[in-house]
Design a protein around this ligand. Structure first.
Ligand code: CUA
Length: 338
């Protein structure tokens, strides 16, 4: 009978365990446990250290508890064990041992806090990160370069981010590269890191900031040194002029006479500063702050009705609405802006 109950229980537990374990399969685009910079490695080492201290404490406490429960459990006819009162040595030991463990936790913690306080060497690549509802403006002051939502940084070089906000409080967080920093209007917070592996990493606004907080993503692209140089050179060039007679050229004309120009900058075409700079929008891999792939279908839906794709998006539906042909032309133009 017992064996049937055990098998029945196992049949309930196995699928549940399998379901829970399926979360361990990855990929983990926003895991803090896959560090890709000096900052992230420092916090990862600290986390691992504290984890093992906690595991050791757990093991000792639970072992003592289980041993006590078994050894002194109630048995028929046995007298109750004699309680201990006032044991100086024991009391000193259980005061000193946790204090010593806390020292081993506190010293590396404080050291890591100072090491990751945002101070970068003077030759660091400086980037101003400005949070907006719901996208990220990225300015490279030394390069006179402006882009949005996709932060490019070179491998192995110190990067200094100066983080602020244009409206409400946001928080910059690219887990593989380092900790969170609040983006507060009228105040600048610093974060510094040195990326140590080329790659394309996800990030996320980490402070509730309104309807599309969850849709305020970002990407950090760690380029090789030469790759970063190439990217910066391309970004600094003026926008490509569409070839005469193409649909992209017609798109440029539609763009230039529509409401787009009130909010977006395309160098030499429109000076708007409310929305993301579109001078090289065709070179980005995503649109809408990392929400959708940058392809013609998503661009067209975005231009037609952005708030339908991203609740609260400040980019309103155009009145009167653009025709499908006009939208297709603008899409072709934006895709040509590599
Ligand atoms: Cu911006 Cu949450």
């Amino acid at each position: 009978m017992r064996i049937f109950v055990a098998v029945g229980r196992l049949r309930l537990w196995l699928p549940t365990a399998a379901l829970v374990m399926s979360g361990c399969g990855g990929p983990f685009p926003q895991s803090t446990l896959l560090p890709r910079s000096d900052f992230a490695r420092a916090t990862d080492v600290l986390f691992t250290d504290i984890f093992w201290w906690a595991a050791g404490v757990f093991l000792v406490v639970e072992t003592l508890l289980v041993v006590t429960l078994i050894r002194f459990r109630h048995r028929e006819g046995r007298a109750a064990p004699k309680p201990t009162h006032g044991h100086t040595l024991l009391e000193i030991a259980w005061t000193l041992a946790p204090a010593a463990i806390l020292v081993f936790v506190a010293v590396p913690t404080v050291r890591t806090i100072f090491a990751t306080s945002g101070e970068a060497p003077a030759d660091a690549l400086k980037v101003d990160v400005i949070g907006h509802q719901w996208w990220w403006e990225l300015r490279y002051p030394d390069l006179a370069l402006v882009t949005a939502n996709e932060l490019h940084v070179p491998l192995g070089r110190a990067v200094q981010l100066s983080i602020t906000s244009a409206d409400v409080i946001h928080a910059f967080w690219a887990p593989p590269l380092g900790g969170k920093r609040d983006a507060i209007p009228g105040h600048v917070n610093q974060i510094a890191f040195r990326a140590d592996r080329v790659g394309d990493y996800g990030g996320q606004c980490a402070e509730f900031c309104g309807a599309s907080h969850a849709n305020m993503r970002l990407r950090v692209v760690v380029d090789s040194d030469s790759g970063f140089g190439r990217w910066a050179t391309e970004q600094l060039e003026g926008p490509a002029a569409p070839a005469p007679g193409t649909i992209a050229e017609r798109g440029k004309a539609v763009y230039a006479r529509s409401a787009c120009i009130g909010c977006h900058t395309i160098q030499g075409v429109s000076p708007g500063v409310i929305g993301p700079n579109l001078t090289h929008v065709g070179s980005r891999t995503t649109i809408a702050s990392g929400l959708f792939p940058n392809d013609s279908a998503h661009l067209a839906s975005w231009i037609a009705d952005a708030p339908a794709l991203k609740p609260g998006a400040l980019m309103m539906r155009m009145k009167p609405p653009l025709s499908d042909a006009d939208i297709a032309a603008i899409v072709a133009y934006l895709e040509s802006l590599k």
